[in-house]
Design a protein around this ligand. Structure first.
Ligand SMILES: Cc1ncc(C[n+]2csc(CCOP(=O)(O)OP(=O)(O)O)c2C)c(N)n1
Ligand SMILES: [Mg+2]
Length: 479
């Protein structure tokens, strides 16, 4: 309290002494449509300094930045000879107003959604996006198709009882692949669980996917996780963790460590619309903002969190507006438009790395599949809605039209690719299924250097149980 008082006294002195001094402050004005992290759009619209109502807005605009624990910086821009009365509040000057006003609960207009291609795969404008080469475009398209086939084959394998669980990315192929393509290989990914396409893009093989889903000896997680909990140190991809949103504050921490190491890379973390209702989302964004951590937060807003529709998830204009509340530059993109996602993430990554700042991207898409193989989404949403997104707004078909129109793709290539991927997957599944399971001992390793007494007890008890019920114990798990 005493420290706080002393500090505010010295600030008051500083401000009094300098009241009316002319400094300068400009917001970074990148030519991009990311929402500035410091000026609410409602304030942005009002620019006339002659209007007393605008004092709050103009004072906010002139405020440059304050770092936690640092000295408040009260630099004011020239004010056309007008003295603004304001509160020299820690964190920045706040103008006074005689009018009682509440910020509206929502902006007049919803934040628009950036897109490059229309629903038919035609560019909607000749500028506003980075052209991708034939090589990148064909690779992106091929990986999207691979992801589709992978989903179909693993889903069928689960239905046949060969694996216990699966989650498809149907409808979110563009977010998966285009965001991955826009990143650098040394950018670190902390996924939710519906982003296997990022790993696919980075070169994780179909065999590696199959090994994890079958939890065999070759699985990097040693069979200790449910299917789809992929992870790969070689691909800078943290292992999927089921508890929703835990990866978000972790991402802020990893990004801060990259910054301390002066590493020229960023962290990218993915999460769903449902994930934003977890406390971890808010803690993660706030930490990243305050620590100025180079992290790109990608929210896959797919309309549903299992059976909870977004109308029951939040009352805000989606997720994009939440970034600004934390001082994070944010944007919204059509998640079914490969070129728009690619361009957005490329720019977001560049800003995160070169300016050391977090960025929030909300990508709008639709979860076309069931939440997982444990779900039947026709119980809580109309089949027509699913069909509409599957047929009319399909991100893969839409991109194919663009790639084909450029003369880079054909029906023959399509047929060959789908056939090859399917064959490779069937082969990978057969190998994964035949590969031995990890031994029982592996259940007790890798946490402590030497096992704790309770772990030793549990291992002995498990072995005793297996001996007593050997007929119930799976024959393919080595003891
Ligand atoms: C902390 C926590 N609460 C609840 C769950 C159960 N759960 C698993 S997925 C999920 C919905 C997540 O929805 P969203 O973040 O929108 O991702 P999506 O599945 O749509 O990709 C829930 C509630 C969980 N895994 N962890
Ligand atoms: Mg969702």
């Amino acid at each position: 309290m005493a420290i706080r008082f002393a500090r505010s006294k010295s600030i008051t002195h500083y401000v009094n002494k300098n009241l009316g001094f002319h400094g300068s402050c400009s917001l970074d004005s990148k030519k991009c449509s990311f929402m500035s992290s410091t000026i609410p759009p409602a304030m942005k619209r009002k620019t006339s300094l002659s209007d007393p109502d605008n004092l709050v807005a103009s004072a906010a605009r002139r405020f440059q930045s304050v770092k936690a624990g640092g000295r408040a910086d009260y630099q004011l821009a020239p004010d056309n000879d007008r003295e603004i009365q304001g509160l020299d509040f820690p964190g920045g000057r706040v103008a006074f107003t005689p009018k009682l006003r509440f910020l509206p609960e929502s902006p007049e207009e919803r934040v628009p959604c950036y897109r490059v291609l229309d629903d038919d795969g035609e560019p909607i404008s000749s500028h506003g996006f980075e052209e991708v080469s034939e090589e990148v475009a064909v690779k992106m398209y091929s990986k999207m198709v691979t992801l589709q086939v992978m989903d179909t084959v693993f889903y069928e394998a689960q239905r046949q009882g060969r694996i216990s669980f699966y989650v498809t990315s149907t409808g979110e192929e563009a977010i998966n692949i285009a965001s991955a393509a826009a990143l650098h290989d040394d950018d670190i990914v902390l996924p939710q669980y519906r982003e296997p396409g990022v790993l696919l893009w980075r070169g994780f093989t179909l065999q590696e996917f199959a090994n994890q889903n079958f939890g065999n000896k070759a699985d990097y997680g040693k069979g200790r996780q449910m299917p789809i909990h992929y992870g790969s140190r070689n691909h800078n991809y943290f292992t999927v963790s089921s508890p929703i949103a835990t990866q978000i504050p972790q991402a802020a921490g990893v990004a801060y460590s990259l910054k301390m190491d002066k590493n020229n890379a960023c962290v990218v973390t993915y999460f769903g619309d449902g994930g934003t209702s977890e406390g971890d989302f808010h803690a993660g964004l706030n930490f990243a903002a305050v620590m100025e951590a180079p992290v790109v937060f990608i929210c896959r807003n797919n309309g549903w969190a299992i059976s909870t529709p977004i109308e029951d998830q939040f009352r805000s204009d989606g997720v994009v507006v939440k970034g600004q509340a934390y001082g994070i530059r944010s944007t919204r993109v059509d998640g079914n438009d490969v070129l728009a996602v690619y361009n957005t993430i490329r720019v977001a990554r560049e800003m995160a790395v070169t300016e050391h700042r977090p960025i929030l991207v909300e990508a709008l898409a639709y979860r076309v599949g069931h939440h997982s193989t444990s779900d039947d989404s026709t119980k809580y949403r109309p089949v027509d809605e699913i069909e509409h997104w599957k047929m009319v707004r399909n991100p893969v078909t839409r991109f194919r039209k663009w790639v084909e129109r450029n003369g880079w793709w054909s029906e023959t290539k399509e047929f060959e690719l789908r056939k090859n991927v399917r064959n490779q997957l069937v082969q990978a599944i057969q190998v994964a299924e035949k590969t031995e399971k990890p031994p029982i001992t592996d259940l007790f390793t890798d946490v402590y250097e030497s096992p704790s007494s309770n772990l030793t007890e549990q291992e002995a008890s498990l072995r005793e149980t297996i001996k007593r019920h050997s007929q119930d114990y799976p024959s393919d798990v080595p003891i």
